[in-house]
Write a protein that binds this ligand. Sequence first.
Ligand SMILES: *[C@@H]1O[C@H](CO)[C@@H](O)[C@H](O)[C@H]1NC(C)=O
Ligand SMILES: *[C@@H]1O[C@H](CO)[C@@H](O)[C@H](O)[C@H]1NC(C)=O
Ligand SMILES: *[C@@H]1O[C@H](CO)[C@@H](O)[C@H](O)[C@H]1NC(C)=O
Ligand SMILES: *[C@@H]1O[C@H](CO)[C@@H](O)[C@H](O)[C@H]1NC(C)=O
Ligand SMILES: *[C@@H]1O[C@H](CO)[C@@H](O)[C@H](O)[C@H]1NC(C)=O
Ligand SMILES: *[C@@H]1O[C@H](CO)[C@@H](O)[C@H](O)[C@H]1NC(C)=O
Ligand SMILES: *[C@@H]1O[C@H](CO)[C@@H](O)[C@H](O)[C@H]1NC(C)=O
Ligand SMILES: *[C@@H]1O[C@H](CO)[C@@H](O)[C@H](O)[C@H]1NC(C)=O
Ligand SMILES: *[C@@H]1O[C@H](CO)[C@@H](O)[C@H](O)[C@H]1NC(C)=O
Ligand SMILES: *[C@@H]1O[C@H](CO)[C@@H](O)[C@H](O)[C@H]1NC(C)=O
Ligand SMILES: *[C@@H]1O[C@H](CO)[C@@H](O)[C@H](O)[C@H]1NC(C)=O
Ligand SMILES: *[C@@H]1O[C@H](CO)[C@@H](O)[C@H](O)[C@H]1NC(C)=O
Length: 591
Amino acid sequence: MATYIASSLFIVYICFFTRLCFADDPFVNFDFVVSYITASPLGVPQQVIAINGKFPGPIINVTTNNNVVVNVKNKLDENLLLTWNGIQQRRVSWQDGVLGTNCPIPPKWNWTYQFQVKDQIGSFFYFPSLNFQRASGGYGGFIITNRDIIALPFATPDGDITILIGDWYTRNHTALRKTLNAGKDLGMPDGVLMNGKGPYQYNSTLVPDGIDYETINVQPGKTYRVRVHNVGMSTSLNFRIQNHNLLLAETEGSYTVQQNYTNLDIHVGQSYSFLVTMDQNASTDYYIVASPRFVNESIWQRVTGVAILHYSNSKGKASGPLPDPPNDQYDKTFSMNQARSIRWNVSASGARPNPQGSFHYGSINVTDLYVLKNKPAVTINGKKRTTLSGISFVNPSTPIRLADQFKLKGVYKLDFPTRPITGPPKMATSIINGTYKGFMEVILQNNDTKMQSYHMDGYAFFVVGMDFGEWTENSRGTYNKWDGIARSTTQVFPGAWTAILISLDNVGVWNLRTDNLDSWYLGQETYVKVYNPEVNNKTEFPMPDNALFCGSLSKLQKPQKISAATSIMGTTSKLLWSLVVMISTVISVFS
Ligand SMILES: *[C@@H]1O[C@H](CO)[C@@H](O)[C@H](O)[C@H]1NC(C)=O
Ligand SMILES: *[C@@H]1O[C@H](CO)[C@@H](O)[C@H](O)[C@H]1NC(C)=O
Ligand SMILES: *[C@@H]1O[C@H](CO)[C@@H](O)[C@H](O)[C@H]1NC(C)=O
Ligand SMILES: *[C@@H]1O[C@H](CO)[C@@H](O)[C@H](O)[C@H]1NC(C)=O
Ligand SMILES: *[C@@H]1O[C@H](CO)[C@@H](O)[C@H](O)[C@H]1NC(C)=O
Ligand SMILES: *[C@@H]1O[C@H](CO)[C@@H](O)[C@H](O)[C@H]1NC(C)=O
Ligand SMILES: *[C@@H]1O[C@H](CO)[C@@H](O)[C@H](O)[C@H]1NC(C)=O
Ligand SMILES: *[C@@H]1O[C@H](CO)[C@@H](O)[C@H](O)[C@H]1NC(C)=O
Ligand SMILES: *[C@@H]1O[C@H](CO)[C@@H](O)[C@H](O)[C@H]1NC(C)=O
Ligand SMILES: *[C@@H]1O[C@H](CO)[C@@H](O)[C@H](O)[C@H]1NC(C)=O
Ligand SMILES: *[C@@H]1O[C@H](CO)[C@@H](O)[C@H](O)[C@H]1NC(C)=O
Ligand SMILES: *[C@@H]1O[C@H](CO)[C@@H](O)[C@H](O)[C@H]1NC(C)=O
């Protein structure tokens, strides 16, 4: 017993001095080589971004509280950062992989991310955050499995299937970027991919010959957890599986009240888990469909993703028309009601044993209110830009978090307005001053004619209301104060608002952005700085030893040896960790 305490203390001691206080949670290591490969998902050869030669990239599958180490090698011809959509990066905005927190990884360099997936479960994904690269791929699923001691709120599924859906252009991200830089629209996408593949030829007029499509193989009678992520650029997609119910079970880390849907709208950046039971007679294969929403479907017919659900006892190919989408092309009420019907299961345990609903968000007083409004793109200084509350965000050359660390002045302003500015739109590096331990209410008001989705890094927020028209203080009367879902990406309908509540308990600098890639690229984002004046290593970990430097700090950056690259942090942490494990083992053997 005494030696046990001694060895534990020893670990704590080591942690304290090496800044690597991850307790004894296991480390899981990944090596990601990011490079271009040639693929022809829509029949036209193009360069796509692959990870370890694969498009989409590998699924990261870890368990709650694991320490995830991802060594990313950049073999692209431009800067790279990967970001971890929905992973909360508690206390380590240093690892978030966006320009406000990290310097980019230059071509030919590698950089190692390290973060703990603290107190999280659920379905997420990663993607490259810079330079419009997501338009060329580079994404993959990210699963956090519950620990064995935490029960699932449903029977253990017989299998786990990830489906990445998203709109796609046959032009690559550099070409698309050029179009946007020239102030033009990208136009209609060329198709919708499912797991990096084009549509099944359900109609030979609409789908050319020779397209490689995705097949999901299943066994009759079994129930699968199907995790669906919209990793595309700007198109909301209606997801459905012919003749099968989708029992919604989880979204972005929260268990939902389980309800059947025949189809669900999945907006850009959103993730859902469905339980799907293979209860059909397999007279044929079945279509899996992701079709565009809120566009003229007769023009957009080609922009439809189709994969195949194949039972092991299937008697034939899928044929005939696709299952119908909701018949409401010009009425968004159905879709909004569907979104409102997604509720939190307040009695299910998430990552910790206490029920989620023990956190009564509805009775906490709001400390900060921000009304963020987006409008159609505008011209500022002769350039086409998008805005939030009249401000088009300019990324600083020195990341905000690094600037704070080195007490650099003038990199950004903590003056993001609580209400949209009334004057002409402007370009600025203006961010939100969040109150640490405060409770922030954000109204996302969409004054554009296009669907938007918004994402916040570092947090899950409560989606408490959405409605058409302009938000007013009276709108609070309609809020769901009990079982609004906690998630990291929400849709905001055109001409409508969505209200979210955020408990600002994660210290750092966190990106708040539209997930629509073109609007994001043109400036529709900001950051929320959550600062604890009492600096300590418990609320935020110190800057990692391998931090990259750029902008006005670039003189601090040591060159990386291209061939045998090494990092101080990677090596020290592994060495020290082995040392701790070794010594504890020795102690326990002798006790
Ligand atoms: C992207 O497409 C352009 C034009 O087709 C081509 O010149 C360029 O090499 C491509 N770039 C990459 C990174 O694939
Ligand atoms: C680069 O990768 C090597 C191994 O391939 C690793 O030892 C090193 O720590 C990595 N460098 C950084 C900065 O992550
Ligand atoms: C909510 O979670 C509980 C606890 O795991 C589970 O028993 C129940 O079936 C779930 N309820 C719904 C409606 O999903
Ligand atoms: C993820 O890992 C868990 C064990 O940790 C395993 O049970 C599960 O099947 C894995 N899921 C996938 C999709 O690989
Ligand atoms: C294929 O699609 C075209 C264009 O929408 C349509 O006219 C035709 O009827 C479809 N063919 C079949 C067999 O459904
Ligand atoms: C969902 O649909 C399945 C049939 O596909 C049915 O067995 C199940 O009871 C339904 N569940 C709920 C909660 O409605
Ligand atoms: C299988 O089910 C479909 C409808 O779901 C039905 O039309 C068909 O007749 C059934 N086939 C057999 C062999 O039972
Ligand atoms: C959709 O596009 C078609 C073809 O351009 C056009 O004829 C039709 O009027 C459009 N539908 C609506 C409702 O705008
Ligand atoms: C919220 O504010 C009200 C009125 O200002 C106050 O009475 C109440 O105690 C506060 N609630 C909490 C949980 O702080
Ligand atoms: C930011 O907010 C804190 C309170 O949370 C306040 O003390 C500080 O003065 C604010 N900073 C600026 C620049 O407004
Ligand atoms: C945009 O805002 C103006 C002024 O409040 C309003 O008249 C208009 O209807 C709004 N448009 C949309 C699409 O929300
Ligand atoms: C945080 O950890 C670093 C490195 O161990 C140490 O230098 C620093 O003093 C610590 N800060 C506080 C406030 O404990």
